[in-house]
Every structure is written in C-alpha cells, then in structure tokens.
Design a binder for this molecule. Structure first.
Ligand SMILES: [Cu+2]
Length: 326
C-alpha cells in the first residue's frame, strides 16, 4: 500500500525536475553552442561522480554486511591503495585533462554580421550594434541575433561589476568597469532566452534581466533594417509631452529633436521590444503608462524619477506615443 502511494509522488517529483529543464532561463535547456559545451562538461562530470558515489555506498555496505570473504577483500591493502589512492588520482587527472581540452574549444565569430557591445548599467543593459559600414545604433535590455551565426559580444560596465548570463546560450561573464570582456553567442535554434545580471550590483539588481531573441535569417534581416532607421514621426501631441516633461534629457529617440539623452535607454524603437524596465514588465501602452507614473514602486531604486504629475489623459497619450515607436 505504502509503495503504491510512493510511486505517483516520485513521478511527480521527477516530472517537476524534468519540466525545470525546459525553462527560458534554465542552464539545462541547451540552445547555444557555448551552453552545449558547458552541458557536456556538466553531464560527464555528474555521471562520473554519481558512479563513484554509488560504488562508495556499495563498498561501504559490503564492508559491513558482506560475506567474510568480501569483507577481507575490501580490507586488503591492495584494494585500499588501488581504489582509494590510484583510482582517484588517475581518473581525476584524466577528467581534468579532458575538461581542459573541452574548455579550450571556445568558439570565435569570424564572419559576424555586426559587432555588439553590451554595457551593464545600474540597473539595465545598454546594447550597441555596429554594422560593417560603421553605422551604430542602440537598443536596451534585448539582444537579437541570427540563428546559427556566432556573434561576439564585448561586455563592459558603466559603473559597478555586473555579470552577463543567458543560461540557455552560454556561460556567465563578468562586466568589469574599465575592461572589455568577450563572449561568443551562437544560438542553435530560433527562440527567446532570458538572461539575468548574475553579480549583485546594488538596489535593483534582482530586477535587472534581459532577453536574447534568436531569429531566422530573414526575420533578422527585416528587424535589422527596421531597427537602424530613425523613429517614425508618430503622434505630435505625444512628442510634445515627451519634450515638455524633459524625457529627452535622459532618453534618445533618434530623429526627434531635443531627445538625445544618454542616461536612460534609447527609446527609438521601444515599442518593438518585448519588455520594459530590464524585463520587469511585459511591453505595451498600458505597461509604459504604469512605468512612467509608478516606476519607483515597480522597480524600487531605479534611476528614473516617477512622474506622478501627469494627468491620466496625458499619461495615456505619452504612453501610446512610445508604444507606437516600433
Ligand atoms: Cu546586478
């Protein structure tokens, strides 16, 4: 009876564990070349150590419960020295050499379609694309890459140490002030992965996430062509509010006079991004309105003042204007 009740419980635990592998932020859902390499190291090491654990438990059990013959064999010097000294020395040395070889095979991007700099800022990510013709444009909290093409990122920081980690795609790399670290991302399938700052960087650190969208070649080319264009003209009334409330002092909207700020995210195509506030809120006019008025409540400590002075009609107009910047 007890056994029968145990089975479904065990199945449920196992299912929950396996379901956990498929998360957009899981290190076990391998969707990038770097992540596959790390996954291989993880699984081989884990399998080896699991075997050693089982062998140790069995040997321990036999040493207590085994027949006298087995017990004396286990107590024999040859077994103790062989299994206790030589086996760990040889197997761990082999594992070390193998893992160093795997770690040395870092992919490098050769014919990348563009260069990307990602700058960690308290508490969001500035993403700067540079095309082969020298054009540069900025986005924030979202990185788009073509599937199957390795892209090398330059990782920097504008203030304190942050850490760039998209577990689906690659390992963790610190962003250190005054240094440029490199990381090559290669997505093996189309889809969206989530990343998170992995080094405590102050107040809103826990709300400093981002997305990496891997797009098929055609979708990527279309997005790139749209993204490099300046902002569409949009609703004139919304643009007036944007200027009137001084948003342009901190935010850039390419093509809009008086909007060349560098303190906050570039908003040229903010409407086409998945989320705002460094993946804190799913994007949309309503979310943008909430963000403008209540951002200090939504993301305490962030570096944008909350605008409680806008009337509901002004707030809606300004938010619609921004959501339309696709
Ligand atoms: Cu952080």
């Amino acid at each position: 009876m007890r056994r029968r009740r145990l089975a479904p419980v065990l199945c449920a635990i196992l299912a929950a564990g396996v379901a956990g592998c498929e998360g957009e932020q899981s290190a076990l859902w391998l969707r990038g070349a770097e992540a596959e390499r790390i996954g291989l190291l993880f699984w081989v090491t884990t399998a080896f150590l699991a075997l050693v654990l089982v062998a140790t438990v069995v040997a321990g059990w036999l040493a207590v419960r085994g027949s006298p013959k087995i017990r004396s064999a286990i107590a024999d010097d040859r077994f103790v020295i062989g299994a206790g000294l030589f086996f760990p020395m040889i197997s761990l040395a082999a594992l070390l050499v193998w893992s160093l070889t795997v770690m040395a095979q870092r992919p490098v991007a050769t014919d990348a379609p563009f260069a990307v700099r990602v700058v960690g800022e308290q508490w969001w990510w500035r993403v700067i694309y540079r095309l082969p013709d020298g054009t540069e444009f900025e986005s924030a909290n979202e990185l788009r890459i073509p599937v199957g093409r390795p892209v090398t990122l330059t990782l920097e920081s504008a203030d304190v140490i942050h850490s760039f980690w998209v577990p689906n795609l690659a390992g963790k790399v610190d962003m250190i002030p005054g240094r440029a670290n490199r990381l090559t991302l290669e997505a093996l399938e189309a889809g969206v992965s989530r990343g998170q700052c992995a080094e405590y960087c102050g107040g809103a650190h826990a709300l400093m996430a981002f997305h990496v969208a891997a797009l098929d070649e055609g979708d990527f080319a279309r997005w790139l062509a749209a993204e490099r264009r300046p902002a569409r003209a949009g609703d004139a009334g919304g643009a007036v509010l944007f200027r009137q409330f001084g948003c342009g002092a901190c935010h850039r909207v390419r093509g809009m006079p008086g909007a060349a700020g560098r303190i906050g995210p570039d908003l040229t195509h903010v409407g086409s991004r998945r989320a705002i506030g460094a993946a804190t809120l799913p994007n949309g006019a309503e979310a943008i309105a909430r963000w403008i008025a209540e951002n200090q409540h939504i993301k305490p400590d962030n570096r944008m003042p909350a605008y409680r002075i806008l009337s509901p009609a002004e707030l809606r107009r300004l938010a619609d204007f921004l959501a339309d910047l696709t």
